[in-house]
Design a protein around this ligand. Structure first.
Ligand code: DAH
Length: 338
């Protein structure tokens, strides 16, 4: 009898001490489990005299029932406590302000490229993209720039292997297209180009937009008319263009094209260095040797070509003074183009 009391008190104290339902389960097993203390008491019954057994069995059973209800009560309390703690931990404050979604935007080079494609597509040009890794033939030789031609020094070339290079100009696309398609041709060719050149206005990788028109009776006047339209659409409604003589091996005559400065309206400012004009691209009438190289008869067809740097146009349009800003991808810079 005394033993019953002692066991019950001891179990109650331990159950009270159990911090969570797991610890409580272990205490319960110490008493009521298969090798527990109460179970051991029951096993002692067989050592008793026959007549003492019923009374002893009754007592032990009463003790078991008492402990069972004691553990059940304690377990219920602990479970309640645990549920409350879990709910508190998972609580969501629905009044908290939401996290702002960072929306991306098109890169200024992509924006200008798309805008140029729009403008020229409106004039009937079709987009053609040539490969970035080119052969010496398409990048130079077929463009009337043979191996020892001094004009090769105008562009510092990255060679990949003998006769294979990273294209220095999208002009290579002119040859690829004319080999495939007979005139009339109105081609626009955007893409990456590569040159070993690096300062505030030059980067080893940049983008160009090439244009080529070949048909019967194409003249320099057609080129200028188209350039005027381009300047009005891309820069300002009042923009004008001017052609200056220049030299490119694949055009004859060759011109450098200036656009009237949109910042000062041509009066002269720091952007145009007081001249009122800004150089934007190179162009010219396609050299008859280039047409011949592509199997186009220069006595029947003539054409003009032009090529511009997309970064340069973006820098002029948005007043960007360092080309590196366009490749650093600093979001503080890019965010301004949303
Ligand atoms: N390919 C020349 C360059 O990278 C630009 C150019 C000039 C392209 C005159 C042309 C052109 O198509 O006619 O400097």
């Amino acid at each position: 009898m005394e033993e019953d009391l002692r066991l019950a008190e001891e179990a109650e104290a331990l159950a009270e001490q159990a911090e969570d339902s797991r610890a409580l389960y272990e205490v319960k097993m110490q008493y009521l489990g298969r090798t527990g203390k109460v179970t051991a008491l029951m096993k002692r019954m067989k050592d008793l005299a026959q007549e003492l057994r019923p009374a002893f069995g009754k007592k032990v059973n009463a003790l078991r029932e008492k402990l069972e209800s004691l553990f059940a009560a304690r377990e219920e309390k602990l479970k309640e406590k645990e549920l409350a703690a879990r709910l508190a931990g998972e609580r969501i404050d629905v009044t908290e302000p939401g996290r702002k979604l960072q929306k991306g935007a098109l890169h200024p080079v992509t924006r200008v490229k798309n805008e140029l494609i729009d403008v020229f597509a409106g004039m009937g040009f079709e987009v053609f993209e040539g490969p970035e890794i080119e052969t010496d033939y398409y990048n130079f030789t077929a463009l009337n720039t043979p191996a020892d031609h001094p004009a090769r020094d105008m562009q510092d070339t990255f060679y990949v292997a003998d006769g294979i290079l990273l294209r220095t100009q999208t002009s290579a696309g002119q040859i690829r297209l004319m080999e495939k398609k007979k005139p009339p041709i109105k081609m626009l060719s955007p893409g990456r180009v590569f040159r070993s050149d690096d300062d505030a206005t030059h980067s080893p990788m940049f983008h160009q937009m090439e244009g080529l028109v070949v048909d019967k009776g194409i003249t320099l006047c057609d080129l200028q008319g188209m350039l005027d339209e381009f300047a009005r659409k891309v820069f300002a409604e009042t923009s004008k263009t001017r052609l200056r003589p220049s030299y490119f091996p694949f055009t004859e005559p060759s011109v450098e094209v200036d656009v009237s400065c949109a910042a000062c309206g041509g009066k002269g400012c720091s952007l145009c260095k007081g001249t009122g004009w800004i150089e934007v691209l190179g162009a010219g009438m396609v050299n008859r040797r280039v047409l011949e190289n592509c199997g186009v008869d220069p006595d029947v067809y003539t054409g003009f070509a032009f090529g511009m740097g997309i970064e340069r146009i973006a820098m002029l349009k948005y007043g960007i003074n360092n080309i590196k800003l366009l490749t650093e991808n600093d979001t503080r810079f890019l965010e301004q183009f949303k």
